[in-house]
Design a binder for this molecule. Structure first.
Ligand code: GDP
Length: 441
């Protein structure tokens, strides 16, 4: 699913992700590409405009320019925007407790997947320990009652039908009476659709809703119809109070236009998605997961979030100054370890980077050695960390004992640290020399 839109977003990501600096012009170019991707995905034009304006506004702010990796930061903003337009948080059904009958009404066009979704929802609620009953009130489509009956039998859920009656309001009334009598706790009503929005359909659904007083009115929309799914939902919303959306045929949706338009156009959140023809192919809708699928990336966003927590540009500059002046101490070194630890297991961190999966073997990252070094530094006093030259033989013995290591290991750390300090100093000097040479040219 989402192959097309995902490919387009990947191109944008490739363009910006490696950039060490980002200008307003880069941002505008990337956002223009996003705009085209969204239009191509059949997202509603109003939604596209909002998306683009909000992204530009946030990306041009301080946050991106000041961050250590502006490209990644920009991607994070786009990801957050996608989540927002998909509906922010996962939204659950608002049902009454199991002692009282709750009513869920399904509405939508013919062929959108209403009947199938009614059975899928019943199946899900049954698995969650509820006692659902289906009410077959689609009296327009000839095979609808038979279809629901077959599905109900397959999932072992009760069903109310009345083939003699052609008044859906009466059928619903009798069905709900039956539901209360049988001590069911959720009644799911399948209603009639039409090929397009018309007054007769709207009048019928309004009358049914008035009778049923539903706790939830779920609009069933076919994801493959793109932004027109959002337009139809809006037309329904003008007549009945839609509380959520079931987006069907998500498995065949390569573009994502419906998913990205519906919440903004209707204010009703997507609560479930249909991901296949079987009754099990039904899932709650998680905006964050869908956003990552659209961006087609590993868990790069949590990676950026983690990196952000532990580094910022000012701190990096402070560190560079220390290195240059050779005042970088074991205490600073220790701080770096702790940052690495805060970012979690190094191996899993590497795995989160797209394209890096499997690239680094676990044995290449010597966590054990790092931990040992950390223990050694932690056993030193602050004075020792800031000036290792005072560490004579007796102090070394004490440190080795305190850290559960040997004097040999303490010596090795001190030697390596001194080597590293000199090398870092040289590297920073060279970098500055190069920069000043360049600026003289
Ligand atoms: P209704 O007229 O709204 O009741 O629509 P149906 O429930 O009869 O569904 C119309 C067609 O869409 C049927 O062939 C279903 O099998 C199919 N369908 C429904 N939901 C999904 C879904 O999530 N994925 C796929 N691939 N097909 C679906």
């Amino acid at each position: 699913m989402f192959e097309n839109i995902s490919r387009r977003f990947q191109d944008v990501i490739k363009t910006v992700s490696g950039k060490a600096t980002i200008s307003d012009k880069n941002i505008e170019e990337a956002v223009e590409q996003i705009k085209l991707a969204l239009l191509d995905a059949d997202v509603n034009l109003r939604v596209v405009r909002r998306f683009v304006n909000q992204t530009i506004e946030e990306a041009k702010g301080e946050k991106v320019l000041r961050s250590v990796s502006p490209g990644q930061q920009f991607i994070k903003i786009v990801n957050d925007k996608l989540i927002h337009f998909l509906g922010d948080e996962k939204q659950d059904l608002q049902l009454k407790g199991p002692d009282t009958l709750s009513v869920v009404l399904l509405a939508g066009l013919q062929g959108s997947g209403k009947t199938t979704s009614a059975a899928k929802l019943a199946n899900l609620l049954k698995k969650q320990g509820r006692k659902p009953i289906l009410i077959a009130a689609d009296l327009v489509r000839p095979a609808a009652i038979d279809q629901l009956e077959t599905l109900a039998a397959a999932i072992g859920v009760a069903i109310y039908t009345d083939r003699e009656n052609n008044n859906p309001v009466k059928v619903v009334k009798a069905g709900l009476k039956e539901a209360k009598k049988g001590l069911y706790d959720v009644a799911i009503i399948d209603t009639a659709g039409r090929h397009q929005v018309d007054d007769a359909l709207m009048g019928e659904i309004e009358a049914v809703a008035k009778e049923a007083k539903p706790d939830e009115v779920l609009f069933v929309a076919d994801a493959m119809t793109g932004q027109s799914a959002a337009d139809v939902a809006k037309a329904f919303k003008e007549r009945i109070d839609i509380t959520g959306v079931i987006l069907t045929k998500f498995d065949s949706d390569t573009r994502g236009g419906a998913a990205l338009s519906i919440k903004t156009i209707t204010k009703a959140p997507i609560k479930f998605i249909g991901v296949g023809e079987k009754t099990e192919d039904f899932e709650p809708f998680y905006p964050d997961r869908i956003a990552s699928r659209i961006l087609g990336m590993g868990d790069v966003v949590s990676l950026v979030e983690k990196a952000q927590e532990v580094t910022d540009k000012e701190e990096a500059e402070k560190l560079e100054k220390k290195i240059r002046k050779a005042t970088f101490t074991l205490e600073d070194y220790l701080e770096q370890f702790q940052k690495i630890k805060k970012m979690g297991n190094l191996q899993s961190l590497v795995e989160m980077i797209p394209g890096m999966q499997g690239a680094v073997a676990p044995q290449d990252i010597d966590i054990k050695a790092l931990k040992k070094e950390e223990a050694i530094i932690l056993s030193m006093t602050l004075a020792e960390r800031n000036n290792p030259r005072i560490i004579g033989p007796s102090r070394k013995k004490r440190i080795a004992k305190g850290s559960g290591t040997s004097v040999y290991e303490v010596n090795r750390l001190l030697k390596n640290f001194e080597k590293m300090r000199l090398m870092m100093k040289k590297m920073v000097k060279n970098k500055n020399a190069q920069q000043s040479m360049m600026s003289q040219w």
